[in-house]
Design a protein. Structure first.
Length: 289
């Protein structure tokens, strides 16, 4: 399955978050996640640490207008672009200043953009920011949606994300409702996921660390800044990863994750019950619906 997806090999490069208080939000990510804060020409801010970066713009608090994925080389990006063109997709100009002219965007059924481009070598010359307590690679992004069926068709059938796990809720009439789906574009368990909700909104993004001790060190770092853990520490069922989450000043959730499961090529979709234990094997869960 994975070998036939032209999306395979694309990795999350960066996301954009908007805020009505850009300075406050930028300061939070600068301090909490040890990032350098660099102004961009369009008035947005680039927050950057080693293997992690995000753009903070001015707008509605808690909005996440786009996620940007990088392909390993031009040939792979061009093949994917040609495939989408044949599918009749509306390819739009890239909204991100971090990719070059080769980049393009598409809009999902909820109106959020997904951008595809190539790694920007010039970013390697930009200050990585203060020393971090541990590694923290930007690894996945998650959204919530009230329109799961068309969103699944878009991300899975059109773009080619590979499904890893489904979460299913048993209904009183004997049917089942899909409440979450985890997608991969590399061997890692998921680079993108969706949760059923009563509205379309951002859910969270995650930084992957190398081990349990890194989770401890990041949590101690948050404590030094008087940032409380919002959820966790715990262990997810889907992905089997250790985690905790914090909440930024606009209420958006950010995850620190370790030991995310690696999948084999061609692994079949797995199914989990819609309950607290599936989302946190250790204790209470964040139930979106």
């Amino acid at each position: 399955m994975t070998s036939t997806s032209l999306l395979w090999g694309a990795e999350l490069d960066h996301i954009r978050l908007d805020s009505a208080n850009q300075d406050r939000l930028a300061a939070f990510y600068r301090d909490a996640f040890a990032m350098a804060d660099t102004p961009l020409d369009d008035g947005a801010r680039l927050l950057r640490g080693k293997e992690r970066r995000l753009i903070i713009g001015t707008g509605t608090a808690g909005e996440q207008p786009y996620s940007a994925f990088r392909f390993p080389n031009t040939d792979r990006l061009d093949a994917f672009k040609s495939y989408l063109t044949v599918q009749g997709m509306n390819l739009m100009p890239s909204p991100t200043p971090l990719f070059g002219t080769e980049a393009f965007a598409v809009a999902d059924p909820d109106g959020r953009q997904v951008v595809f481009g190539l790694p920007n070598a010039a970013l390697d010359s930009i200050d990585n920011g203060p020393e971090a307590p541990a590694p923290g690679r930007l690894q996945h992004v998650v959204v919530a949606t009230a329109n799961l069926t068309p969103m699944v068709a878009f991300y899975e059938t059109t773009l080619g994300f590979v499904p890893t796990d489904h979460v299913l809720r048993d209904e009183t009439d004997g049917t089942q409702t899909l409440t979450a789906i985890f997608y991969r574009s590399t061997p890692e368990h998921h680079s993108f996921a969706m949760f059923l909700s009563d509205t379309a909104r951002p859910d969270h993004h995650a930084y992957e660390v190398s081990c349990w001790n890194d989770i401890r060190d990041w949590a101690d770092h948050m404590s030094d800044l008087y940032i409380n853990l919002w959820w966790g520490p715990g262990r997810h069922g889907p992905g089997n990863n250790l985690f905790f989450m914090v909440e930024d000043p606009d209420g958006y959730k950010v995850e620190v994750s370790a030991e995310l499961e690696t999948m084999e090529d061609g692994d079949a979709v797995r199914y989990w019950p819609h309950n607290e234990r599936s989302l946190n094997l250790w204790g209470p869960s964040w139930m979106r619906v």
